[in-house]
Design a protein around this ligand. Structure first.
Ligand SMILES: *Cc1c(COP(=O)(O)O)cnc(C)c1O
Length: 382
């Protein structure tokens, strides 16, 4: 039997530049937070056109600190989507607040803006939208709701680099935005995250909180002596990024536009070729193509069983995934918050049909055609 090439679902886009940059940091012997992190933060903020970027150890940490610095805590409610990775709602629980889910728009897969207002109570303190797959949420509409009800807008931008909204990058439009540099994200530092904000009075405590609440400058201001002295000015967390990660992040940032172009090209091929199969629907494409970062390429299957379909693709040596199992279907969220099957019908309906196809800059056009051919074969066999 002919051996088909294996097509992975996702792979980090790493070459000699990252290997050299990381080796340089190791050789320097300054391996934790230092000059590289500051450089990465400046470059990231400049790229997005936002005043502040605060590097942290993960997007989950970024979401957590964003809630802490916004003063959200026990008894508060945060509105978010059930159609996301658990980290979004997990961070809300870290501060003792309750994730209040609102169903999705089945076309965009993002939170349904029209369903937010009815979910707001006197305890609601923030909205945490997710730009699913990299498709920008309607930030104007979200801002308007937040202004009207005095809520903080913290967007989970784990998928959304580089994604625009009305000509501005996601990351410059919420009160606080949280990015992920996990291994499979559009840019990676293996593990890592970033908080971005235009708000000076949030940025300063965030810089201190992410490393034990230690403020070296505070002591220096008071005394002007003893370099070993430090002050603890605020509650602290161990959420700092290392120079090893930041060195890698700087390289990934340099390649960000190029990887985005590659993703866009593969998406175009998927879109036009898959349109020939009425049994699958392709993802929603915004009028302005810049509004999509194409972290994921999610199709929906309208015939047969999705799990069998994923298995058939695996047999064809093509690795796919499913995003997402809605959070309210998980045992923990049901036990902890009383959610149950049927609460968010669109999220559930979409979940039964979705398949995430391979999409990453390391693919080739012929890989994409192999995936399409395999899908065609499976559909014809049905
Ligand atoms: C990956 C991801 C996260 C978590 O990112 P980490 O950097 O691994 O903490 C959060 N939200 C969404 C939507 C994600 O996909």
């Amino acid at each position: 039997m002919e051996q088909k090439p294996f097509i992975p679902f996702s792979r980090p886009w790493i070459d000699d530049t990252e290997i050299e940059a990381v080796s340089e940091v190791l050789a320097s012997k300054w391996i934790s937070t230092g000059a590289r992190v500051r450089e990465f933060e400046r470059a990231f903020a400049e790229y997005l056109g936002v005043r502040h970027a605060i590097a942290v150890s993960s997007c989950t940490a970024a979401l957590h600190l964003s809630l802490v610095v916004s003063g959200i805590g026990v008894g508060d409610e945060v509105i978010t989507t059930p159609y996301t990775f658990t980290a979004t709602a997990e961070a809300i629980r870290y501060v003792g607040a309750k994730p209040v889910f609102v169903d999705i728009d089945p076309e965009t897969l993002n939170i349904d803006i029209t369903k937010i207002a009815p979910a707001i109570t006197s305890r609601t303190k923030a909205i945490m939208p997710v730009h699913i797959a990299g498709l920008s949420c309607d930030m104007d509409a979200l801002r308007e709701i937040c202004q009207k009800h005095n809520l903080v807008l913290i967007d989970d931008a784990a998928h959304a680099i580089p994604a625009e909204y009305n000509g501005k990058y996601i990351g410059s439009l919420g009160d606080l935005s949280a990015f992920s540099f996990y291994a499979n994200k559009n840019m990676t530092t293996a593990e890592g995250g970033m908080i971005t904000t235009n708000n000076d009075s949030l940025a300063e405590p965030l810089r201190t909180m992410r490393l034990h609440g230690i403020d070296k400058d505070a002591w220096a201001r008071q005394s002007g002596r003893s370099i070993w002295r430090y002050e603890i000015t605020t509650e602290g967390y161990k959420y700092n990024m290392t120079d090893i990660q930041a060195a890698m992040g700087l390289c990934q940032l340099m390649k960000l536009n190029k990887q985005h172009e590659r993703r866009q090209n593969f998406v175009q091929i998927y879109q036009s070729e898959l349109a020939k199969f009425p049994q699958v629907s392709t993802p929603f494409v915004p009028d302005n193509p810049a509004e999509h970062a194409w972290h994921l390429y999610i199709i929906q299957l309208h015939t047969g069983n999705r799990d069998d379909f994923v298995e058939s693709l695996r047999e064809a040596n093509i690795e796919c995934s499913v995003h997402y199992i809605p959070l309210h279907l998980f045992e923990f969220y049901q036990k902890q918050y009383g959610y149950s099957v049927g609460d968010f019908p669109y999220a559930e309906e979409v979940f039964e049909r979705v398949i995430s196809l391979p999409l990453h800059p390391g693919l080739t056009e012929s890989d994409v055609h192999l995936v399409i051919d395999a899908i065609g074969k499976i559909l014809r066999l049905r």
